[in-house]
Design a protein around this ligand. Structure first.
Ligand code: ADP
Ligand code: MG
Length: 408
């Protein structure tokens, strides 16, 4: 296991007075709605518990109003938890006095918001350097840090621009650079990409994964989008009505939804991002073997109605593809076995390739894609039809497509 870094235990936040009474009601099993109706207190977070390892990208997801922002803000005590403890790197931050807390925050944490919250009359570099300025870092040094951070998010050369000259995606890169300028251990990101166009959003997600790969920050990332959660999260906590209803690795959540709420979420997932070649491949049949006689190979193809086929050697290792015409020509040339013929090299994919990528490849290549492991062993074939069928059987996206497919 990893190195425990953030430990959240039974954290609860109730808004409004009568906190003790609300806590008692939660303990006796009453829910958020009931408590609001009975005593007019709004439960933001109800006894949330989870651990985050150092270097983890931890996603908190849930519908709007489920308590994500409240929980995130409890982690740096921008919101004071009503009960529970939050231990970060061995320090229970719920016990820190104000001055200690400020210092702790400044040293360890930074936040990235959905609305980038850049200062409009400062240049991009000055925005990034703002936190350092507050800490009294000299101008030259802080601007040099800003420049470096801007380069790390792909904004080299934009130092002297003003925020309004930048697109939304670029402004959020500035927000990210600003958060990184302090070199915090923990990044708290509240729907940081939710306001961006889908393509830009995708870019930013990739950028974040790339940065994370280099920097190994501990990131708590909030989203209401399950696809984003699955793409980014090492682990995901799902919230509903203030409660963490499930937490786990993305594939645990997909394959084992803990309750109906999670299942409903999961059903809306874009399966093209979750299914892999291994999930949709078919058994390769018929297969030609290098030692097959040329006539035997040709007959196998004709019986299956194929104009070409894949050739494997020992231990099912893929050699390539051969066309029936080639075999006919080989008979004319008195060649004996398949291995004496010209075997064409083919594109292959690994079992982990996701369906989204597969679909493009299978359309480009025009033949079924062989799924081959690191040892070169052929595991199966991905046909356009097998992708569509898998998607259709798991939730019906593909019905409008034809599932028939010409033989190769
Ligand atoms: P999310 O970020 O998942 O959309 P929030 O954490 O913002 O959800 O809100 C969780 C619940 O707490 C909601 O019911 C919301 O109305 C309530 N809430 C949030 N902030 C306050 C506040 N300052 N005062 C009263 N209720 C609040
Ligand atoms: Mg929110």
């Amino acid at each position: 296991m990893g190195d425990l870094f953030i430990e959240v235990k039974e954290v609860t936040k109730v808004f409004g007075g009568r906190a003790e009474q609300a806590l008692q009601m939660l303990k006796s099993g009453k829910g958020k709605d009931e408590i609001r109706q009975q005593i007019g207190v709004n439960v933001g977070v109800d006894r949330a518990s989870f651990n985050i390892d150092r270097g983890e990208l931890f996603v908190i997801m849930g519908l709007s109003g489920s308590g994500k922002s409240t929980l995130l803000r409890c982690l740096n005590r921008l919101i004071e938890p009503t009960a529970g403890s939050i231990t970060i790197d061995g320090t229970d931050i719920t016990r820190l006095k104000k001055g200690e807390l400020l210092q702790f925050r400044q040293k360890k944490m930074a936040m990235v918001f959905q609305k980038f919250a850049l200062l409009p009359h400062r240049t991009v570099a000055e925005n990034v350097a703002f936190g350092l300025e507050i800490q009294g870092v000299g101008k030259e040094e802080r601007l040099s840090v800003a420049k470096k951070q801007l380069a790390s998010v792909g904004l080299e050369g934009y130092e002297d621009q003003f925020p309004h000259n930048l697109s939304g995606g670029m402004q959020q890169r500035v927000g990210l650079a600003r958060a990184l300028a302090n070199d915090p251990d923990i990044l708290l990101m509240d729907e940081a990409f939710s306001a961006l166009d889908p393509l830009i959003r995708d870019d930013m997600q990739n950028e974040l994964l790339h940065l994370q790969h280099q920097l190994h920050k501990t990131i708590v990332f909030i989203t209401h989008d399950l696809n984003e959660a699955l793409k980014l999260g090492d682990r995901i906590a799902l919230m509903k009505d203030g409660v963490v209803v499930q937490s786990g690795r993305p594939d645990d959540i997909i394959s084992n939804p803990a309750n109906e709420y999670v299942e409903r979420f999961v059903r809306g997932v874009d399966l093209t991002k979750v299914l892999t070649a291994a999930d949709v491949m078919r058994r390769p049949s018929p297969l030609l073997r290098v030692k097959d006689g040329v006539r035997v190979a040709l007959r196998k193809l004709r019986e299956a109605g194929l104009s070409s086929g894949f050739v494997v050697g020992e231990q099912q290792k893929l050699k390539g593809m051969i066309a029936a015409d080639e075999l006919v020509a080989a008979i004319g040339k008195k060649l004996e076995t398949v291995e004496q013929c010209e075997i064409r090299a083919v594109d292959t994919v690994v079992p982990e390739t996701n369906v989204e990528d597969l679909f493009q490849l299978v359309v480009q290549t025009g033949y079924p894609l062989p799924v081959v492991d690191e040892e070169g062993v052929l595991h199966g074939l991905v046909l356009k039809a097998s992708i569509l069928e898998a998607l259709a059987s798991q939730g019906g996206v593909a019905n409008e497509f034809s599932t028939s497919e010409a033989a190769t």
